[in-house]
Design a protein around this ligand. Structure first.
Ligand SMILES: [Mn+2]
Length: 245
């Protein structure tokens, strides 16, 4: 299979359109379609913080519905899903921008976004195992021994990363660098932790290059493993980018 997997979009719709064009996708039919039957993949965190979260939901849902794209949820998707279900969630950490977009919609439009997002979320696996187990797409990555498991522990890892339960001085959770411990054969494509450039460690690649923090929106072409990026138009927030020793 040939698939182009896109990192955390977080409502950066314009960057998504540009990146898909750079990858050779055509928008004649209102959604990005590749002339040579390539598919799109999304590592999750479609929404929050950026300017056009609802448009991103709409396009990803339509692609997914037409079987032109794969999607796995991120932690922001999980929170938006719980919000749509009417659960008590804090409207913070970027969810406030998606909710603000919804507040500007008619009741009918709100219902539409709720319906399509719930449909997309409920019918998508926690992580994807593709191409004869040669490719795994998981929002924050996955440990080799978790592949094939779908329990609560795995869910936490896949959505939030290898968190220790501790917090940094600024209140953000401490995340272990799981990719360094990964020696598996399948390629793991993930996002979640913004890095300046796509980060390859063994058969893993982090393609969250912080589009919403003024970095880049990045895609990896599978199986070629070529990186494509477009510069973000958002203001640059350097402290959001993780640097590794
Ligand atoms: Mn995330």
């Amino acid at each position: 299979m040939k698939i182009d997997i896109i990192g955390d979009i977080h409502g950066c719709y314009n960057e998504f359109v540009q990146l898909s064009r750079k990858l050779g996708y055509l928008w004649d039919k209102g959604i990005p379609i590749h002339p040579n039957d390539r598919l799109l993949g999304f590592v999750g965190d479609l929404t929050d913080r950026g300017p056009n979260s609802l448009k991103v939901i709409e396009i990803v849902w339509e692609l997914w519905k037409k079987k032109l794209a794969y999607y796995v949820p991120g932690n922001h998707c999980n929170k938006l899903y719980r919000y749509f279900l009417g659960r008590k969630v804090q409207i913070t950490h970027g969810l406030e921008s998606t909710v603000a977009e919804l507040d500007l919609c008619t009741a009918k439009q709100q219902q539409h976004y709720r319906n399509i997002f719930i449909e997309l979320y409920e019918n998508s696996p926690l992580y994807l195992v593709l191409n004869n187990q040669n490719l795994i797409i998981a929002h924050a990555g996955i440990r080799e021994d978790y592949i094939g498991l779908y329990n609560k522990k795995v869910q936490t890892f896949v959505l939030y990363g290898d968190i220790t339960g501790e917090k940094h001085a600024d209140g953000t959770p401490v995340r272990r660098d799981w990719a360094k411990q990964y020696h598996g054969r399948p390629w793991i494509v993930y996002g979640h932790t913004p890095v300046t450039n796509a980060r390859f460690i063994g058969h893993t690649v982090n393609i969250d290059t912080g589009a919403v923090f003024g970095g880049k929106l990045t895609a990896v072409r599978y199986p070629e493993m070529d990186i494509f990026s477009v510069k973000s138009s958002m203001p640059y927030v350097p402290e959001k980018f993780k640097t590794f020793e």
